[in-house]
Design a protein around this ligand. Structure first.
Ligand code: SF4
Length: 462
């Protein structure tokens, strides 16, 4: 970590953290490094000396959001409020110097492999006055190397958390070895590299010692964990290590690739004292022709069996998935097949995206691209179907007693989550009769729902 520099202590840095949980972890590392180097982290990027925007470049809407954030910082620079604009993250990695053409006025473009040099780049940017020449595409050489050819990973210990502290993300790997035809991630973040097990456990311990009672395990493909390190049943091994952390209460598994969820993992989840019965399993589609075209390893039959098996071993499991509609060539009949599967599966939570033809991906080159109007109409139909399912399932929960983790206690009320709600992505519980601090577990009775949120009443403190 960087040494504190007195020169920097008069410089304020406004940080805009965009993107998925993986990118949030990168933001947290950069914030810690900037703080350690003596920069003053400001909560108001519009008035800071330097604005750092950690971007996402996964799909078109994320890119638009990032470009708008960069434009806003450049506008403030033109008004003389901001001195330097630094852009980091996936969009920097994806576009490189082309970003400077898209938005004039960027001072530095930071590739993913330069994450751990952010404080040096910001300092140089201020010293040099002009634009900072920035290295090209990532070779992923930052951080710890396990010694095998070309494999390197980020060390995420010592973060300055953006999350509330009683819960945090634990990134267990970087990159992805799958070849999904619609996805830009392998091109941006490179091949799958597991963090060494002791490093992950050490980071988890650090987070728990700092007050985390819930850790969400994140990766591009979590159940692939350990394969590159030749660890058999890597995620199962990791779970059993994490369970020894005494104050850690909830371990949440995010982004499980369906074809990789095997019996040892399901059994480990079922038997664990700490892994919550919650699984986020992005299925993307279920029609076998489309899955093949997507280059997914799954089939509809496997996906169906997986849901049945998870529910057989954990009747209380809460399932989330993500789906893409309007994939090239998707016929009405194939969409109907997906809709029928959704009616059968009765997912507890579901994210549905229209297909985005991302430049450089094989799917973008496919013939029979589906018109935008049809894509959006299908998203609407699917989400309306899902809404009926979710509302009926939520109504069935009335009267249940849950353990709820308090997340916020503010002027609008007390908000928390039961095990079936992942932070940031799922709905929440509004808690009546509680004035508990964030991080407290309480017993609550489900009174009803307010839209997608539950309304619960506190019964007891745990
Ligand atoms: S599993 Fe597929 S969709 Fe997920 S990050 Fe890897 S390539 Fe992309």
């Amino acid at each position: 970590m960087a040494k504190k520099d007195k020169q920097n202590s008069a410089v304020t840095v406004g940080f805009v953290a965009l993107g998925c949980p993986k990118n949030i972890v990168d933001s947290e590392v950069m914030l810690a490094r900037l703080g350690q180097a003596g920069f003053v982290i400001s909560g108001d990027p519009d008035r800071a000396d330097v604005v750092v925007i950690n971007t996402c470049g996964f799909i078109a809407p994320a890119k638009e959001e990032a470009i708008e954030a960069i434009r806003q910082a450049v506008r403030q620079k033109k008004r003389g409020k901001v001195k330097k604009v630094v852009v980091a993250g996936c969009l920097s990695e994806r576009m490189g110097e082309a970003l400077r053409e898209e938005v004039k006025g960027i001072d530095a473009i930071v590739g993913l492999e330069q994450r751990d040099e952010i404080e040096r780049i910001v300092a140089e940017c201020l010293e040099q006055g002009g634009q900072t020449p920035v290295a090209g595409r990532s070779s992923f050489h930052v951080g710890f190397s396990d010694g095998s050819a070309g494999a390197a990973i980020h060390d995420d210990r010592g973060r300055l958390l953006i999350t509330p502290g009683h819960w945090a993300y634990l990134r267990i790997s970087e990159g992805c070895d799958r070849k999904c035809a619609f996805c830009t991630i392998p091109a941006i973040r490179g091949r799958f590299r597991s963090k060494p097990l002791p490093m992950v456990v050490d980071e988890a311990r650090e987070l728990v010692e700092n007050g985390a009672v819930e850790l969400s395990l994140i990766a591009q493909d979590s159940n692939y964990y350990g394969r590159d390190l030749k660890i058999k049943n890597g995620l199962v091994r990791l779970i059993s290590e994490l369970e020894h952390l005494e104050s850690l209460q909830w371990i949440r598994l995010m982004y499980l690739y369906p074809a990789g969820v095997d019996q040892p993992l399901i059994e480990a989840m079922g038997h664990s004292r700490k892994v919550v019965h919650y699984a986020d399993i992005p299925m993307q589609h279920v029609n076998n022709r489309i899955l093949k075209s997507m280059r997914r390893a799954d089939t509809k039959e496997n996906n169906r069996r997986l849901i049945e098996e998870l529910r057989r071993q954990m009747p209380d499991i809460v399932l989330r998935t993500t789906l893409i509609v309007g994939y090239p060539g998707e016929t009405e009949a194939e969409f109907e097949e997906l809709l029928e599967f959704v009616r059968w599966a009765k997912f507890d939570a579901l994210g549905c995206f229209p297909f985005f033809a991302e430049a450089g991906t094989p799917a973008a080159e496919l013939p029979d691209q589906v018109p935008e109007t049809i894509k959006h109409e299908r998203v609407d139909r699917l989400m309306r179907t899902q809404q009926e399912i979710v509302f009926a399932k939520m109504d069935d929960q009335i009267g249940r007693i849950w353990t709820v983790l308090v997340d916020e206690n503010g002027p609008d009320g007390v908000v928390g989550r039961y095990y079936g709600q992942a932070p940031h992505i799922d709905s929440v519980c509004w808690i009546e009769g509680s004035d508990d601090r964030p991080g407290t577990f309480i017993q609550s009775r489900v009174l009803g729902r307010d839209g997608y949120d539950f309304v619960v009443k506190k019964e007891d403190t745990l």
